[in-house]
Design a protein around this ligand. Sequence first.
Ligand code: PLP
Length: 416
Amino acid sequence: MRPVAESDVFSGAVDVRADFPIFSRQSDRPLVYLDSGATSQKPAVVIEAQAEHLRSHNANVHRGVYALAEEADAAYDGARRRVAAFVAGQPQATIFTKNATEAINLVAYSWGRAHVGPGDAVLITQMEHHANLVPWQVLCRERGASLRYLEVDEHGELSLEQLDAELARGDVRLLAFAHISNVLGTINPVAEMTERARAAGAVSLVDGAQAVPQLAVDVGALGADFYAWTGHKALGPTGIGVLHGRTELLEQMEPFLTGGDMIASVDFQETTWNELPYKFEAGTPPIAEAVGLGAAVDYLSGLGMERVRAHERSLTAYMLERLAEVPGLRVVGPPTAERRGGLASFTIDGIHPHDIAELVDRAGVCIRAGHHCAQPLMRCLGVGATARASVGVYNDRADIDALIDALQAGREVFGL
Ligand SMILES: Cc1ncc(COP(=O)(O)O)c(C=O)c1O
């Protein structure tokens, strides 16, 4: 008898592919989309919510007194309330940005430039996306601070002992790290890490770009001072990201960008800032995108994030099992799906990752290849690039089977 595999533990698969119009597009090849780590596909309810807003409720926000403008205000502010509630955040401490990258830059500029100085340190990890690395590099260089890294071990995990040792040095002002690594898939122990940072007097920032689309996130329970994520990976539109911050910190911070909605009053020489969250939303915000993101989080809530995670965990376990059948294939990151999000990055002896992605595309399979905006991590792993397959709620086992078949066919092309 076949032993019970990790992928068999969960059987209540989610079947929502019909909700996503892209899977009905006419093409000479079936669409096997395994690149949700880069961006997710969108359900019809998101596309329609955004279109309906533009069709019937479009006006600028927080400016007009006419009825149509009030509809737009209600749509925008209502979207913020739903997005905040989705991760158990507070609406006034939920700031809409352009993407996760801008959310992190906001903290680096507004909080970082006021609190990090010569002799201080910013502590990040070797597994960070450039979005959660370069802003800290620039800040540290500008302020004469040092940037230190927590190491990634051979299973793609961080060490809490190393975190304790780094914090014990007494100079760490900020700890910034990914909730889920976009390369390794590692799910980091966020609450344990933020608690340690707080005990050491450091502020914490969590990059939740990969986590919010696939886990039930409660920003309060996670204990991060700042939590950043991005709409387009969470079934929402591009052009909108989210920053949740601790209200006291946001209130003390100076604005990041200036002009437009973020002012209370302007005189020839002086300006006073608007209240939260508007203080951090300069210019016309992403209104239709917020409406789309509101529809996306409603859709995800309707499915239930526990189910979404269970579905993707089961698929990831299945993917790990099936990838192990491919000769010469090496997966990086945690060995089981329990400790990882819905992705697997891998190399195959004798085939460059870009060739792998091109070969599987011949069978309509979309995966990513490259350094995944994590070049320092690639150096730690001793590779220039990896191929990465990442799942979404609309994937099923047949997609994984198509990937494996395409990889096996690709090996043959290379005479392996
Ligand atoms: C872990 C992680 N952080 C940040 C980002 C940046 O997201 P965005 O490009 O939407 O700002 C990504 C996107 O790939 C990511 O995977």
